[in-house]
Design a protein around this ligand. Structure first.
Ligand SMILES: *Cc1c(COP(=O)(O)O)cnc(C)c1O
Length: 470
């Protein structure tokens, strides 16, 4: 057939719309969307004719092709996945999974009017940070607190409110970059303050800060180097030492803590993380940390500290631009309330539940799923139950790993491509399964699996077409 006759053989949108199967789809998805998808498919067919001088194979089943396209178009892009990467706080997968109490609080706040900035006692305008400030004071011992969109915003606000047009002193060993182009020197520039770098990459002493202080100094800064560690011949000034210098000179001290655990993680046999409570006791004026890292709540940036400093943050014009919405506040309040029952936290807070799971329990889970996986995937893959290490994630030290357990898949043909196509196929599932390829194997770390049955069901539907099911 010539191209011209091929083009002519394509049906019109109107003719397709009058077909029974298409009419049914129009009932479900609406006329507009169906017509738009049909036009899209016709364009695709024309492109194919031009390139290959033939009709694409799917033109033999317009209804089928339309159905597929409609599903693609209407599928939510933000989808739940099985996080089997072994990274508990995976930034690309939304960090902390929320506690049930937080989920309920957010749902209520979304559906109904809430007392976000309404003081019921006074019947007048209240402050949106009031609810969480009270809890944060109780938990951390701070005089006051301020909540913004994320910790990056909290750091920006601290610098802007405390040192705009002035100098802020920070150690060269702490000028961090974290993912997504957040660099301390850039943030300071945006905040309008001048960074005075002191010390060297590996060693900074108290006298370095002392010598840099002048009449323009407005802030002494500590940054938690969460995602790397300098080892060997090193020296750093502690928050406590810097706080003493701050007191002597009358210059406020601010600390960007990054993760900031609100409970002592060593109680759970985890590596102890710096806690805001301790820094405040040490005399640091402002401490900032994330809501969705070790705290296990929603994305938020929290600053706790001295009432007069917090007041400067609250009244700075940037605060209005960086403030949290009611959903964040609702989730954060509910999460913080769980900290008042700290004994129940490892059950009530998913992040802590995942971090504290015993490798033996995860192994049992893997061993139970193993026979099913071997039956389903055995033709093409050698499936095993193997020890591995999980990571906390979100800028917690990559070196702090947690012993865990995985199902591993090794391609019988030994080709990396086979492994990659399995992983890619799992990404196309209704609820994608996300593992990790390392050492020529695809690893499914079961640390973050709450529902074995749901995973087993997902795996039953996860056999790629090239593999025949048993
Ligand atoms: C994670 C982190 C940030 C940024 O926090 P977000 O909540 O992701 O904005 C800033 N500083 C440090 C030290 C961090 O670890």
């Amino acid at each position: 057939m010539t191209d011209t006759s091929l083009y002519r053989s394509l049906p019109s949108v109107d003719r397709l719309l009058s077909e029974e199967g298409v009419m049914d789809l129009a009932q479900t998805y609406g006329h507009e969307l169906v017509a738009s998808c049909l036009r899209f498919l016709l364009d695709e067919a024309r492109v194919e004719i031009k390139a290959r001088h033939a009709l694409p194979s799917w033109t033999s089943d317009w209804t089928g092709a339309l159905c597929k396209k409609l599903k693609e178009r209407t599928h939510a892009s933000l989808r739940p996945v099985f996080n089997l990467t072994g990274v508990v706080l995976h930034t690309n997968l939304g960090r902390a999974c929320q506690a049930e109490a937080a989920i309920e609080a957010v749902t209520r706040a979304m559906r109904e009017a809430v007392t976000l900035e309404y003081d019921l006692g006074q019947g007048k305008r209240g402050h949106r940070d009031a609810v969480v400030s009270e809890l944060l004071r109780e938990i951390t011992g701070a005089e006051a607190a301020c909540v913004v969109n994320n910790n990056a915003a909290a750091v920006l606000l601290m610098f802007a409110a405390m040192a705009d047009g002035k100098e802020a002193i920070a150690s060269r060993g702490e000028l961090i970059e974290i993912g997504g182009s957040f660099r301390i020197p850039d943030v300071m520039r945006q905040a309008g303050c001048r960074l005075i770098e002191v010390g060297t990459t590996n060693r900074t002493h108290l006298c370095d800060y002392q010598n840099a202080i002048n009449e323009n100094t407005a802030l002494l800064v500590k940054v938690h180097t969460s995602n790397y560690r300098i080892e060997g011949f090193t020296a750093a000034v502690s928050e406590a030492e810097l706080a003493v210098l701050g007191r002597e000179t009358g210059i406020p001290v601010a600390s960007d803590l990054g993760s900031g655990a609100l409970v002592d993680l060593s109680v759970y046999d985890l590596v102890a993380e710096s806690m805001p409570q301790q820094m405040l006791r040490d005399g640091v004026g402002l401490v900032s940390f994330s809501g969705d890292k070790l705290l296990g709540g929603p994305q938020a940036g929290i600053v706790v500290g001295r009432a007069d400093h917090i007041q400067r943050l609250q009244t700075h014009p940037l605060k209005r631009a960086l403030r949290c919405d009611k959903m964040t506040i609702a989730a954060l309040e509910a999460t913080l309330r769980l900290y008042l029952r700290a004994d129940q936290l490892p059950q009530s807070l998913p992040t802590l539940r995942y971090l504290t799971r015993k490798p033996q329990a995860i192994k049992t889970q893997a061993d139970q799923l193993l026979p099913l996986c071997q039956a389903l995937f055995g033709a093409q893959f050698i499936v095993r139950s193997e020890a591995c290490f999980s990571q906390i994630g979100s800028g917690s030290l990559p070196l702090n790993t947690l012993p865990s357990w995985s199902l591993t898949f090794m391609a019988r043909d030994g080709r990396g491509r086979t492994l990659e196509s399995l992983s890619e196929y799992w990404h196309t599932l209704e609820k994608p399964i996300i593992g990790r390829i390392a050492d020529n194997k695809l690893w499914l770390d079961l640390r973050c699996v709450d529902d074995d049955k749901a995973l087993a069901q997902a795996l039953r539907d996860a056999v790629p077409p090239m593999v025949s099911s048993p």
